[in-house]
Design a protein around this ligand. Structure first.
Ligand code: C2E
Ligand code: MG
Ligand code: MG
Length: 398
């Protein structure tokens, strides 16, 4: 990352230790070229600075300070409607930190992460990368307009790419995840981040889901005819799962292509499972009884709870890529992942690690006992016809 990229950052450091204030100040200035830095040695002082300067957009906050502590300051921040990033600095136990983290989220604060004291200079890179990342994300994730989505559905411009999944023990190719793209007349191939959310605000998502299912089952059939027997995983939006007719439509598609139900897996998300529970569960159970497998996607993102695993007919648990990419060094995250893998094992659920970007993540997830891997290191999402080529290269590599 370019150093001078951070002119837009206005930092406030809050810590009752002058040594820490000076240290953090120096690292931010010298290693990251961040120059707009304020410091405060108490919570009231911090609040005063925040009230005076609306420019502050990154806050480093010590949890333990005399009088008003960091936890109280968090609630004051939300009252002040502070919209910037929050980083916590702390020497207290990881258990307390986790509850503070969830508190920060409850207050709707833009919480980035925790730096454990003694803070090492390298720890800042993680925070800075994350800020760079999320800023970029906000800039690029501008939603398409509804008419553009309708046009794409009508013109059959919803395309599907496939990302390989491999068995982590044998390294063999076992399946693909179907990932949709929109072929936009002006923007070219557009990522789902720019239209799925919008499509989910209306029933348009149902059309997209069906288009992806049709295309991918068609591609699966071609692979099958060429002698490739793999599993196909498709992301299914909760809105689609809430349709009474979803199961029948899907079963009819399977029949039309003579695809065994056991080769199909549908990926669902947890956030989803909150609202119209009954209909979703009904569809999931019906499909599962017919042999369709179910994967819980995005596990490890905000709302994940291990208890959930028991209540759904799951075959797979997909550990979200952020777990291994952004937070891979956080002890809390690793602990959650370890616990999830072992609960999943007890429940006979297989774990899929997403975001296997390099060899070290590949080794880490293998050691942690994940069953299946998916990520750029193994293969990026590709067109259906490229799968055979990829398979040849992968075989040569392993
Ligand atoms: P997801 O289902 O969790 O899919 C995994 C995403 O991670 C994909 O992004 C994939 O390209 C990306 N990815 C794979 N390996 C790596 C890696 O090693 N590192 C990193 N940083 N990323 C990796 P993509 O294709 O942009 O899809 C984003 C999300 O859009 C998907 O997340 C899924 O929630 C949604 N989506 C995609 N296709 C469909 C669809 O057909 N229907 C619905 N409802 N949602 C879809
Ligand atoms: Mg998925
Ligand atoms: Mg996922």
């Amino acid at each position: 990352m370019e150093k001078s990229d951070f002119d837009w950052l206005h930092v406030l450091l809050v810590d009752d230790s002058v040594t820490i204030l000076n240290y953090v100040n120096k690292v931010l200035e010298q290693s990251f070229d961040i120059h707009h830095i304020h410091t405060a040695s108490s919570a009231p002082e911090a609040m005063q600075i925040l009230r005076q300067s609306s420019q502050i957009n990154l806050l480093f906050l010590d949890l333990n300070m005399p009088n008003v502590d960091g936890i109280q300051l968090l609630s004051q921040l939300s009252q002040l409607n502070y919209k910037g990033y929050v980083v916590i600095m702390s020497g207290v136990s990881t258990k307390i930190i986790s509850s503070v983290e969830s508190l920060a989220k409850t207050y709707g604060l833009n919480y980035i992460g925790t730096l454990l004291k003694p803070i090492h200079e390298l720890d800042f890179q993680y925070i800075i990368d994350k800020i760079g990342g999320s800023r970029q994300k906000n800039a690029s994730v501008e939603s398409l307009k509804v008419y553009e989505i309708i046009r794409a559905i009508k013109n059959n411009d919803i395309e599907v790419l496939y990302q390989p999944q491999v068995d982590l023990t044998t390294r063999s190719f076992i399946g693909v995840e179907a990932l949709c793209r929109m072929n936009h007349p002006r923007l070219g191939m557009v990522s789902p981040d720019r239209f799925i959310d919008k499509a989910e605000e209306s029933e348009l998502i149902i059309h997209i889901t069906l288009a992806v299912l049709k295309k991918s089952i068609g591609d699966w059939k071609k692979w099958w005819q060429l002698g490739l027997d793999i599993k196909l995983s498709v992301n299914v939006s909760p809105i689609a799962l809430q349709q009474i007719e979803f199961t029948d439509t899907l079963l009819m598609l399977l029949e039309e292509y003579a695809m065994p139900a056991s080769r199909l897996c549908i990926e669902i998300t947890e956030g989803a499972m909150a609202s119209d529970h009954a209909q979703e569960l009904m569809n999931l159970n019906r499909l599962n009884m017919r042999g369709v497998e179910i994967a819980l996607d995005d596990f490890g993102q905000q709302h994940s709870t291990i208890e959930r695993l028991q209540n759904l007919p799951l075959t797979y648990l997909k550990l979200d890529k952020s777990v291994f990419i952004e937070n891979k060094d956080s002890m809390n995250q690793l602990a959650l992942i370890n616990a999830s893998i072992s609960v999943a094992k007890d429940l006979n659920i297989k774990t899929i690690a997403e975001g296997v970007e390099n060899n070290s993540v590949m080794s880490l997830v293998t050691e942690m006992g994940c069953d299946i891997g998916q990520g750029f290191y193994i293969g990026s999402p590709m067109e259906a016809k490229k799968i055979f080529n990829w398979q040849r290269e992968w075989k040569a590599k392993t």
